[in-house]
Design a binder for this molecule. Structure first.
Ligand SMILES: [Zn+2]
Length: 345
């Protein structure tokens, strides 16, 4: 948050788009009031982290500073590359040069924990669970950047999902969604909308690139195309110069579902605040055995800081899969929990 204050001072933000914070009483565990007693030590069992990107590496940094112990499975299919060095909380130029898997960056930072690495997809992880070679996690920390990936991590059917995110129009908003297999689930928070907005329209809305230009999809994006676009559009497209326009919606994650505006390259201090909310919720749950804990949706703009109205209670949507297919979900969970027992034996 201190880095965020410096960011506000050194960047030319428009007046009225931020608030300087000179005093703050904020505990990410208790949300606002200070926690009456900091936990002596964080020990986790059957924890999974899906996504070792900007938020995932921030989660790992916080867990390592907390000297957390226990077992953690990290799932990510990507390689750590040089653009990641400035936006991630872990990883160096040397790591990028060595093209290390992102799961290895996280694993190396958490020497006190027993780390299992899945250098692959959530489906690869689920295959391990179903085969009994990895346990069903109790809690999944979701650190992914699009809606389809959020639906994927819900399909693990862990007891609890703590999903962090960054986004908003300026990429400065942070969020936390707490989800259960019986609802509210990630599909309740992010319903799939099959409305008729096309990938081309989404690319146009996100970047300002004219639809007529997008229609010439096989022609590579040039400097000329960027001229006259809004600053946000230029920033999003600059890194894709030379690529054919038709694939841009996909590489920019715009094609998954309608209304997904979560693709925003957020600064590290933003991702770290999202990670703080996730680890805070993990600590709060680890020290509260009450099974009727409410499911919270938390969201605030880091340019304004945490606000009193940032917490909502969330209920399942009555037409969601988690409500209409409870028998299936229960059966899958029982099967996977059985595999946990076998795994222990
Ligand atoms: Zn649901």
């Amino acid at each position: 948050m201190l880095t965020g204050e410096i960011f506000k001072m050194v960047t030319a933000l428009r007046p009225g788009t931020y608030r300087h914070i000179d005093t703050l009483n904020f505990c990410p565990v208790a949300l606002f009031s200070s926690h009456h007693r900091a936990p002596e030590h964080l020990h986790v069992e059957r924890l999974a982290l899906v996504g070792a990107g900007a938020i995932g590496t921030a989660v790992a940094l916080i867990l390592s500073v907390l000297e957390a112990t226990g077992d953690l499975t990290v799932i990510d299919r990507q390689i750590f590359e040089s653009p990641n060095v400035i936006t991630y909380s872990l990883g160096t130029d040397e790591d990028a040069g060595a093209r290390l898997p992102k799961v290895d960056i996280v694993g190396t930072a958490l020497q006190r924990m027993n780390i299992r690495r899945v250098h692959g997809t959530v489906d690869d992880f689920i295959s391990h669970i179903d085969a009994g070679t990895m346990p069903l996690p109790h809690t999944v920390l979701g650190a992914v950047d699009n809606i389809a990936a959020r639906h994927d991590l819900q399909r693990i059917y862990a007891d609890l999902v703590l999903d962090g995110g960054t986004g908003g129009r300026a990429g400065t908003t942070v969020s936390l969604h707490e989800a259960l297999p019986t609802g509210p689930c990630m599909r309740c928070y992010f319903p799939t909308n099959n409305a008729t907005v096309t990938a081309e329209q989404r690319l146009h809305q996100a970047t300002g690139l004219p639809l007529a230009r997008i229609a010439q999809g096989d022609q590579a994006l040039t400097e000329d195309d960027l001229r006259g676009l809004p600053r946000q559009g230029r920033r999003l497209l600059e890194q894709h110069l030379g690529k054919p326009v038709c694939g841009l919606g996909r590489v920019m994650n715009l094609t998954t579902v309608n209304g997904d505006n979560s693709y925003q390259p957020s600064a590290a201090f933003v991702a770290q605040q999202a990670a703080s909310l996730m680890v805070g919720a993990l600590i709060a749950r680890a020290h509260n055995e009450d099974s009727n804990v409410r499911m919270r949706q938390i969201e605030y703009d880091t340019l304004y800081g945490p606000q009193l109205d940032m917490i909502d209670d969330r209920r399942p949507r009555s037409d969601c899969y988690c409500q209409t297919s409870q028998d299936v979900i229960r059966a899958v969970r029982n099967e996977r929990l059985g595999a946990v027992e076998a795994y222990r034996l």
